[in-house]
Design a protein around this ligand. Structure first.
Ligand code: PMP
Length: 436
């Protein structure tokens, strides 16, 4: 068996093999404009990028525009977007009601240090949907929301550490990202996902844990679902140990009208949000009970928290529409189409003679070119095959995440799913041809 290879949680795959690769050659030829721009980017940006999750070998595509389910690169090639900015663009690109709301707001004011009505509309929707959320504090990213949750937890408990799942993802703050790669840090403790006893063990041996934070489904870690008993058990153990129980819904809010926690009937001390609640603009938020969040109350301020762009009106306008338009019916439709795509991908792999395991939860899939899925997409044996498929898929006009994540959006139709399955079959045939 091949040695398991470490990849990043929002990763960089291999170059698709060191030897001659027709897949790679085709990519270099057909995306030459992106190649040239990457040379310039390398001079101006470290590594040629502002974002590791937007980078892959030999160079990332530079996109110029996007519409509905499609992205267009600087060479004028069209791709089905199957990542949607890592799930944030749940209604696809340029969704007319969101564009209209953002444009209207951009014309009458994009920011001021004072109140705005639009944040009330978005917060009200979040409070209505999420049972454990009575109030909301907005930030500018999911990372920032989780950092704020940790700050609140430290303030409330007087303790200093966090406990998260090994290969969980809560953002690229040092305290979180070490856990995403499977390492503990000075204030970061880890336990195995879906292993209640392991969480109880850490809570029993360490009395300095301020918060236990979990994704209801590991997103970055490879679409690994938790069962309700595990989440409830960790919640109970955290509270018993005097730590706050925080659920990160940055990615999983798309799974259920009431959030993943609602579907599983989980109650939380704090919930963090991001991605789709910004309608495509930068956003994050922490939600919780009034009692907990009173530390921000200016009458009796315990925690000073501010931010130039917090709840900026354009994000709030776009996010309000994005959330309102994410109905239960659309959530169900996305899950059904993910199921259909899974069937199509399985058939394609069987025809190509490639092993394929698929983790699937609602509107998200994660592909592994192996017989069984690994514990996490971060440590996997199929790094070379997934790297080749990633490039081959782009050659056939499909943009999947380098680590194999595929997200549905509300603008994908049944006809699109059929076409995506055909393109994926062509990409898998290319992979089989150069590895077989
Ligand atoms: N939490 C989860 C579960 C995420 O998936 C992400 C982003 N992939 C984050 C937090 C961080 O959000 P942001 O990229 O907006 O900082």
């Amino acid at each position: 068996m091949a040695q398991a290879e470490r990849t990043s949680p929002e990763p960089t795959p291999g170059e698709g093999g060191r030897n001659y690769s027709p897949i790679r050659e085709r990519y270099l030829t057909e995306t030459a404009g992106s190649g040239t721009l990457h040379e310039r980017a390398k001079q101006l940006l470290p590594g040629g990028t502002s974002r590791q999750a937007g980078f892959w070998m030999p160079y990332p595509l530079t996109y110029e525009r996007a519409e509905g389910p499609f992205l267009y690169d600087v060479d004028g090639r069209q791709y089905f977007d199957l990542i949607y900015n890592y799930t944030a663009m749940v209604h696809g690109h340029g969704y007319p009601p969101i564009v209209e709301a953002a444009q209207r707001q951009a014309g009458i004011g994009t920011g001021w240090a004072g109140g705005n009505r639009l944040q009330l509309d978005l917060a009200e929707q979040m409070v209505d949907r999420i049972a454990s959320v009575e109030q909301v504090r907005f930030t500018n990213s999911g990372t920032e929301a989780n950092a704020l949750a940790f700050t609140i937890a430290r303030k409330v408990t007087g303790r200093s550490k966090l406990l998260m799942a090994r290969f969980g993802y809560h953002g690229s703050l040092m305290e979180f990202e070490c856990g995403s790669f499977g390492h503990e840090g000075p204030i970061t403790r880890l336990a195995a996902y879906n292993d209640l006893a392991d969480f109880e063990r850490v809570l029993a041996e360490d009395d300095d844990i301020a918060m236990v934070i979990l994704e209801p489904v590991l997103g970055s870690g490879g679409v690994v679902a938790a069962d309700a008993a595990f989440l409830k058990g960790v919640g109970a153990a955290a509270r018993k140990a005097g730590a706050l129980f925080v659920i990160d819904e940055v990615m999983t809010l798309r799974f259920d009208y009431h959030g993943a926690q609602g579907a599983l009937d989980i109650t939380t001390d704090l919930t963090t949000f991001g991605k789709l609640i910004g309608g495509g603009f930068p956003v994050g938020a922490v939600g919780g009970q009034r009692d907990m969040l009173k530390i921000f109350d200016p009458d009796d301020l315990k925690l000073f928290h501010t931010g130039t762009f917090n709840a900026n009106p354009v994000t709030m306008a776009a996010g309000g529409v994005s959330l309102a338009e994410l109905t239960s019916e659309r959530i169900d439709d996305m899950a059904r189409r993910a199921e259909d795509l899974k069937t199509g991908l399985r058939a394609a792999a069987a025809t190509a003679g490639l092993p394929l395991a698929i983790n699937h939860h609602a509107s998200l899939l994660n592909l592994y070119f192996s017989d069984t899925p690994p514990e996490s997409s971060v440590v996997r044996e199929d790094a070379e095959l997934i790297g080749r498929f990633h490039l081959a898929a782009m050659n056939h006009g499909l943009f999947v995440a380098p680590r194999g994540l595929i997200a549905m959006s509300t603008v994908l139709t049944d006809a699109h799913i059929g076409e995506i399955s055909e393109r994926a079959a062509a990409a898998m045939a290319d992979v089989a041809a150069e590895t077989g």
